[in-house]
Design a protein around this ligand. Structure first.
Ligand SMILES: Cc1ncc(C[n+]2csc(CCOP(=O)(O)OP(=O)(O)O)c2C)c(N)n1
Ligand SMILES: [Mg+2]
Length: 564
């Protein structure tokens, strides 16, 4: 029996998301969102984080959800307010981050009249959601909100509810749907027949290689056990490398667009490939003439990136627990030794730009990242902008005790690092949170510097000031084009941040980098370090030939430091 209560729809929404365990909603208030803002503040359980750009709010919610595994929320007001959410929501959806997005919009009475700020959120967000509906009556709101939250949690993605201005202020309609969303710990198990089929392939193979994605992060010890038992090299995605490399003795690098040839060659030449919990965004990296086992909690992902011989819908850990007793140990380590030696060759090459850290005005970014790797906390959370920083972080960040790295790994957006650091710091106030920003990405959502100051968030911003869209410059050069329209004219970011209230400095001399970084990491409040890096640095490891033939000034690969 549904009864009308005096409280407003806005109160009901605020209560429901608080009951669902949402801790923060990242948003900018305005017009039709004002009732909700008021209700959230009166309820007091969900903190309203006042961002400077709604896109950043979606990125922040995505980061919080990825770090905690729990629902996070963002909101945008009518028209342009929620239109701004879209890029961050695409990222959350592609990252399987459970995010609730509330899009308030004009009154339902004026839909379709070209009313001021009229947009249709259901159409707008149609390609980046696990649930996407608009309530036009108060009765619908609890049902739609419950469904959006449960879908976001259950399927991992973005649940969207459109809230028109005339609905949000009306009396709420009580409903069973206001129950708290359910998190379920029960994970899918493999069938015995599937495990037997996988075991048979592995036992009959001379050589096996493992490719593990983020879906294997909670089973890293078991991945390691399998790799030790069958002498299999372990490759990862870029996204999962910090989660697995520290626990897998046979780690041979990450694979993908910017990957390492050690991992690619191992996977290309093994008799059997075991793919665990991965959905990296590239096809074409797996040889079709080999036998492949793929394990994923989501059945819909099986066979998406390569031909699969044994497809298993299962949690990786439960699969490996069932598999390991059925596996015969292998004794010949020739294949593994080659892959480990290849990885060691790459690691040795990576030392070159670290030992020759550049010149004044052109600090090698590899040196910057390797210094950061030494100095950052063992449980630091890194957020990484899209661009050359993906190359440097993938080469130089190491796992330590419990580090995490979050980026826009599937959607590939610029400007994600600073807003994600805001969400990460709210989610994990006790951990060191470091945003590794490109100068292009940093300046794209630079208003969030003010959010950081407004909340006095002790996040650490590292800006790689290479005065260019260096990644795109490299793309153009690779394609034989002239690198047009890639230069950036920047201010002294350190001085600029000081004016805003950051403990900040700019360092342009490699000799001073370590001391500056130590001061920056020791800062108690918001801190920014701008590093003037070598705009031409390009040390790639995706091709053995390219890496071995690298030379100074070669735009495709200049591993050897200029002037050495
Ligand atoms: C929102 C968005 N716009 C454009 C691109 C295309 N793009 C990818 S990387 C990149 C350059 C990034 O420059 P910067 O942040 O300075 O990083 P750098 O590569 O110089 O280290 C661009 C323009 C993108 N991925 N996302
Ligand atoms: Mg740049």
């Amino acid at each position: 029996m549904e009864t009308t209560q005096p409280k407003k729809v806005a109160d009901q929404v605020a209560e429901m998301i608080a009951d669902a365990g949402v801790k923060h909603i990242y948003a900018i208030t305005g017009d039709s969102l004002n009732d909700l803002t008021d209700a959230l503040v009166r309820d007091g359980r969900v903190k309203f984080v006042h961002m400077r750009h709604e896109e950043s709010g979606a990125f922040a919610a995505s980061a919080e959800a990825q770090l905690t595994g729990r629902l996070a929320a963002c909101a945008g007001s009518s028209g342009p307010g929620h239109v701004h959410l879209i890029n961050g929501l695409y990222d959350a959806q592609r990252s399987n981050a459970p995010v609730l997005a509330l899009a308030s919009t004009c009154a339902s009475a004026v839909f379709g009249t070209e009313y001021f700020q009229e947009t249709n959120p259901t159409l707008l967000f149609s390609n980046c959601n696990v649930y996407n509906e608009m309530a036009t009556t108060p009765t619908q709101v609890p049902h739609m909100l419950q469904a959006a939250m449960q879908e976001a949690i259950g399927r991992g993605g973005v649940g969207i509810v459109g809230l028109p201005a005339d609905v949000i202020g009306q009396p709420a309609v009580a409903s069973y749907a206001t129950t708290t969303p359910l998190y379920t710990d029960r994970l899918p198990e493999p069938s015995e027949a599937e495990v037997d089929a996988a075991a048979e392939l592995i036992n009959n193979a001379k050589t096996v290689a493992i490719f593990a994605g983020s879906g294997a992060k909670n089973a890293a010890d078991l991945v390691n056990a399998l790799s030790l038992k069958v002498k299999a090299p372990v490759g990862t995605t870029y996204k999962s490398q910090l989660e697995l490399m520290g626990k897998c003795a046979n780690y041979v690098g990450h694979m993908g667009y910017l990957g390492m040839w050690s991992a690619e060659q191992a996977i290309a030449s093994a008799d059997v490939i075991v793919i665990l919990g991965m959905n990296f965004p590239y096809p074409g990296f797996f040889p079709a003439d080999k036998k492949t086992i793929q394990v994923d909690v989501r059945a819909e992902r099986l066979g998406r990136k390569t031909k699969v011989d044994v497809g298993v819908r299962s949690d990786t850990g439960l699969f490996l627990e069932a598999l390991l007793p059925k596996i015969q140990a292998k004794t010949d380590s020739t294949f593994l030794d080659k892959a480990l030696a290849d990885y060691a060759t790459i690691q040795a090459k990576f030392r070159e730009p670290v030992e020759h850290p550049g010149t004044k005005g052109a600090i090698r970014p590899e040196y910057m990242l390797s210094t950061l790797d030494r100095l950052a906390d063992d449980n630091a959370v890194f957020t990484v902008d899209t661009g050359m920083n993906n190359v440097w972080t993938s080469h130089y960040l190491t796992a330590k005790a419990d580090r995490r790295m979050i980026g826009s790994f599937s959607h590939g957006s610029m400007a994600n690092a600073m807003p994600m650091a805001i969400g990460a710091k709210f989610a994990c106030p006790d951990r060191q949170v470091i945003a590794i920003c490109g100068d292009g990405g940093f300046s794209m959502l630079m208003g969030e510097l003010l959010t950081i100051i407004q909340y006095q968030l002790p996040v650490k911003l590292l800006v790689a000031d290479n005065r260019s869209l260096a990644f795109v410059k490299w793309e153009m050069e690779m394609a034989g084009l002239k690198a047009n329209e890639t230069n950036l004219t920047n201010p002294d970011f350190g001085k600029m941040a000081q004016v805003i209230g950051f403990q900040a400095e700019t360092v342009d001399d490699p000799a001073h980098l370590e001391a500056a970084m130590t001061r920056w990491l020791a800062a108690e409040g918001p801190a920014l370090l701008s590093v003037v890096t070598d705009t031409d640095a390009a040390s790639f490891s995706f091709s053995e030939q390219l890496m071995q033939s690298a030379k100074p000034g070669n735009p495709l690969s200049n591993f050897l430091p200029l002037g050495s």
